[in-house]
Ligand binder design. Structure first.
Ligand code: BGC
Length: 991
């Protein structure tokens, strides 16, 4: 929608500037969340329905008169007394109800206050960090910023506001659309989900999900998938992909959206995210690192979604925040990511999208983020406060309620700038960051990104599959239609390459073989290898379980894939996509077996009692089970996003047990969103093979058949730990299913000890540890050498000054320039930046948030994208030899963990706790001829440092480090020690 069009419109938000003056203080006002929610409350029609019948009856009683018709009177009296008999208890009930409600509210408030005051740890509050740093401070973005400053310099205030505000839910073709500045050739940006493909787009690839990609541990594939994904987005006219996801990290094994990310370790998550981002952005599309940060569970993630007014607060200490949760975002920024999405939840009792410490302090200052911060959809909970804290774009633009069209920005931001509560400098920075990301990715190239007037822009609609559809379906009074779906092929093109084949390779490499007794796998296609029973002509193989077959109702029949029907290819929610096609496991296995020698029997159900009969007739049984989860806005079978437990769903355990009781050679295939408990059957002797096939996407069956038949050697490794018992993950590893206050509080008490770090610390034996996975060939590692580099000292070098952001004109424009153009047509609910009159806002001496006038010193941990560039200097080089003992080419994941020196103390001599070991580097290596190859892994200064809360910097502790090299977090055959602070140069050998 252009900024000016026929017809006029009246805006009436006369006092809105006042509403936007609140919620400055990150600690105080946001903790209750009350301030910003007031308007919402007032909007709610308040009716005291229960009082109605009471009042009317009382009146009629009072006015009742004796009539000359005694019978009727008697009847009336009877009725009245019946009524009274009913009313007295009902009045009593009402009082009781009222009392109950009042008590509940008091209890909740008191509880909330108690939880807030007592249960919130001291560091469970967020420090104010102002003013928000300007973008344009690093060389790599210099050109983009110069161009952006020039373009934004020509924009009027309303134009600047327009590009920072979404136009409203389903007002354009994408899930997020910004306002354009047609006059200067700046388009409406199309923002589209998500991390595993193009949501709502036709014929795009349904890639394997993030968790599957993490399980490949293959950096090249991570990059290629990103590039393929980016290519498809570009061809569909999408400027910004809403992915990759790296938060949740997986702290809670049952967390509904863990599968969108790459695994429960910051290094694995960070490397996979960075490779994905490089791939997406090399294809010319802006990637979004999401969700920043600590959106670890779905329950209460968002205000009002769960029936309570506030989102959950993830309370994290500074060290765990840096070393665990922010780490992958640092890698993303270092990879040059153009956008970061702030999350729904609160962090330390301040909403992530108005948390100045998070957005301005950590992201923009410390990590040197140069792109723009966009809100998750409705994660913005305040107007002025969020702008001052560092939010640059609000999505989808609507206000506190879904699709209300009542934006906290749009016209409100215009007013806030005019009344000086949002400084012009901040407004300029917001707009410049958005435009700079656009230039940085080359989206100003009209040959690749033609303007809408020349056929450019999104060529698909998120809202209909028909060719012709509504242009602004979210507006009740728009009936404008046009061609919205052009069905542009993007999957397998000459230019983009064969994405189906790539998806298959990733899905195959994301399969983890965890059990292979008697080398039951790989299976021979013609049954050779002793599977056949005496007397039978053919070998009998049974395929069991719904999960082997496609959803009988259609592969895309469940909206947002929010059901677990048929084979599981992805989780549900905004991170899911439409499958363009599906090769089911059963189909691929049928195709793979030589039917002249093998009889394949299908048992496409989870009816375990019946399954036993069929199983007893088989030589080999392949049983499929699964476990599904998704985003909290939809639920399936009582699962509201987060899983209710970690067991296979739909009687999966019983199905395996019954089949395995009757079938000597049982292979179990598990499709899962994450950690799953296998204890009910894993030790059964007849369960000989187990494959964790994760979420494979469209190529599910082909990828599985590749591994089952041995065409691909299994090289996937677990990106999380599989425990024997849910409790083994730790006392606070469960989902908070019931609110513990008006602002539900979730304390991350385990600190650094997430997943394998927890198992190590408490010496708990998992079923299968982080990094674990078998192979059809054996590998050996030897000759470990660690060369260290003289790193200079415990602290990184002084923060480099960086470059000056471009100068902008920060003069306030005249309010008249922001008034609705005359004759402009206005669509209801569509979000515009205009004000109605110059009296729409009140000038005043508005207070800025606490801490605003004492600007923070730039962090010494900052100075470049991802942080101080010195943090990324190589500090040690690990070398070893890897031998393939199996005689055929195969991939092997070599993993390097480090242990910090013992007895580390800080500047005050206080002990610093260190995990037993942490993953710091890995490489997937293809070993064929020669069968022995060199392995080289690098450790950076950051890898050897810990986040020192007192010094607010990364510190390398004094003493002896230990490197452990091997094949999983518990299979580490080689160890060496080194002392980085004691060597001045590369010691032990040259590089
Ligand atoms: C999700 C985001 C997604 C957005 C747009 C939100 O509910 O949390 O991940 O990008 O919706 O669909």
């Amino acid at each position: 929608m252009p900024l000016a069009a026929p017809d006029s419109y009246e805006l009436d938000h006369s006092d809105d500037h006042l509403m936007h003056r609140n919620s400055f203080d990150d600690n105080e006002s946001n903790a209750s969340g009350i301030d910003e929610l007031d308007p919402l409350r007032n909007d709610r029609p308040y009716t005291d329905d229960t009082s109605q019948p009471l009042r009317s009856v009382y009146d009629s009683e009072k006015n009742g008169s004796f009539t000359k018709q005694p019978l009727r009177w008697l009847e009336e009296q009877r009725q009245q007394s019946r009524l009274r008999r009913w009313l007295i208890p009902s009045r009593f009930c009402c009082c009781l109800l009222l009392l109950f409600v009042v008590t509940l509210i008091l209890l909740l408030s008191a509880g909330g206050l108690w939880v807030y005051k007592v249960a919130v740890p001291d560091d469970g509050e967020s420090e104010p960090w102002y003013p928000s740093p300007r973008g344009g401070t690093v060389d790599a973005w210099k050109d983009a910023y110069e161009k952006a400053a020039n373009l934004v310099g020509q924009m009027t205030l309303v134009e600047k506001v327009n590009i920072t505000t979404g136009i409203g839910w389903s007002m354009g073709m994408c899930v997020g659309n910004t306002g354009p500045v047609d006059r200067l050739g700046f388009p409406s940006l199309c923002l589209q989900d998500g991390p595993l493909g193009l949501r709502f787009a036709d014929n795009a690839t349904a890639w394997p999900a993030g968790i599957t990609v993490g399980a490949t541990w293959n950096k090249k594939l991570m990059y290629e998938r990103g590039k393929g994904h980016g290519f498809e987005a570009k061809k569909k006219g999408i400027h910004v992909i809403l992915g990759p996801s790296m938060g949740p990290l997986g702290r809670l094994p049952a967390g509904g959206r863990n599968w969108e990310g790459f695994g429960t370790d910051p290094v694995l998550q960070g490397i996979a995210a960075a490779e994905t981002i490089k791939g997406i952005q090399d294809a010319g599309v802006i990637a979004t690192a999401k969700h920043y940060v600590a959106n670890e569970q779905e329950h209460f993630r968002q205000a009002w979604e769960w029936g309570i007014p506030n989102a959950i607060s993830s309370n994290i200490d500074d060290r765990a925040l840096h070393e665990i949760y922010v780490w992958p975002f640092a890698d993303s920024v270092r990879a040059g990511v153009g956008s970061v999405m702030c999350s729904y939840n609160q962090l330390n009792n301040s909403y992530a999208c108005q948390n100045s410490k998070l957005m301005s302090g950590i992201l923009k200052d410390e990590l040197g983020f140069q792109g723009f911060v966009q809100s998750d959809w409705l994660a913005q909970r305040s107007g002025v406060a969020s702008a001052l804290a560092g939010l640059d774009m609000t999505m989808p633009g609507d206000g506190l309620k879904w699709a209300d069209g009542d934006s906290l920005w749009g016209a409100e931001l215009t007013k806030a700038v005019l009344n000086t509560s949002v400084p012009m400098e901040r407004m300029n920075d917001m707009a410049t960051r958005v435009v700079a990301a656009w230039y940085q990715l080359g989206q100003d190239d009209k040959k690749v990104w033609p303007p809408e007037s020349e056929g450019g822009g999104p060529n698909f609609s998120s809202w209909t599959d028909e060719e012709v559809g509504e242009l602004h379906p979210g507006s009740p009074d728009s009936d404008e239609t046009g061609v919205v779906n052009k069905f542009v092929p993007v999957r397998n093109t000459e230019e983009g390459g064969d994405h189906d084949a790539l998806a298959r390779q990733i899905a195959a490499e994301g399969i983890v073989l965890v059990k292979n007794t008697d080398d039951i796998l790989p299976l021979s296609r013609d049954g050779k290898g002793g599977m056949k029973r005496d007397g039978d002509d053919k070998v009998n193989i049974g395929i069991f379980g719904e999960d082997a077959f496609p959803n009988p109702n259609g592969i895309n029949s469940c909206k947002d894939r929010a059901c677990n029907e048929g084979t599981l290819t992805m989780g549900w929610g905004s991170g899911a996509v439409e499958l363009p096609y599906l090769v089911s496991p059963a189909e691929a296995l049928h195709d793979g077996f030589n039917k002249s020698m093998i009889e394949v029997t299908d048992f496409p159900s989870n009816d375990y009692a019946e399954a036993a009969k069929t199983a007893s007739k088989q030589d080999t049984c392949i049983v499929f089970v699964n476990s599904d989860a998704g985003e909290g806005f939809v639920s399936w079978d009582g699962i509201r996003g987060d899983r209710n437990d970690l067991y296979p769903q739909k009687n999966g355990d019983k199905l395996v047990q019954k089949v395995a009781e009757s079938c000597e050679n049982t292979i179990v295939v598990v499709h899962t969103v994450g950690p799953i408990i296998l204890e009910e059957w894993i030790e059964m002797p007849s369960v000989k093979g187990v494959l964790i096939a994760h979420l494979p996407g469209q190529e599910s069956g082909n990828a599985l058949a590749d591994v089952i038949f041995g065409d691909v050697n299994p090289s996937g490794r677990l990106p999380y730990t599989i425990a024997k018992n849910e409790k083994d993950y730790g006392p606070d590893s469960g989902i908070l299913y019931y609110p513990n206050g008006v602002v539900p509080q979730q304390n991350f008490t385990e600190g650094l000890y997430v997943d394998y770090r927890y198992f190590d610390k408490y010496n708990i034996t998992p079923r299968y540890e982080f990094g674990y996975g078998l192979s059809y060939v054996g590998f050996k590692l030897n000759s470990l050498v660690v060369n260290t580099k003289g790193v200079g000292g415990p602290l990184p070098r002084e923060r480099p000054a960086g470059i000056e952001p471009p100068q902008m004109d920060n003069t306030l424009p005249s309010p008249e320039s922001a008034i609705w153009p005359s004759g402009m047509r206005k669509l209801s609910k569509y979000i515009y930046p205009y004000i109605s009159s110059t009296s729409d806002f009140t000038k005043g001496d508005y207070p800025y948030p606490a801490g605003y006038d004492t600007p923070h010193e730039p962090s010494q941990a900052g100075g470049g994208e991802g942080g101080n560039p010195d943090l990324y200097q190589t500090a040690a080089l690990i070398q070893a030899q890897l031998t393939n003992g199996g005689g055929k080419p195969a991939d092997c994941v070599v993993q390097a963990y480090i242990s910090y020196p013992e007895n580390v103390t800080d500047i005050d001599g206080e002990p610093v706790d260190m995990p037993v070991k942490v993953l710091r580097a890995f490489e997937k290596i293809h070993v064929y001829d020669p069968k022995r190859v060199s392995v080289k892994l690098e450790l950076t200064r950051r890898d050897l440092s810990y986040w020192d809360v007192k010094q607010q910097n990364w510190i390398i502790p004094k003493g002896e480090f230990r490197v452990h090299l091997g094949f999983s977090s518990r299979d580490l055959p080689l160890t060496d020690t080194f002392s980085p602070l004691e060597s001045l140069n590369f010691g032990g050998g040259s590089l």
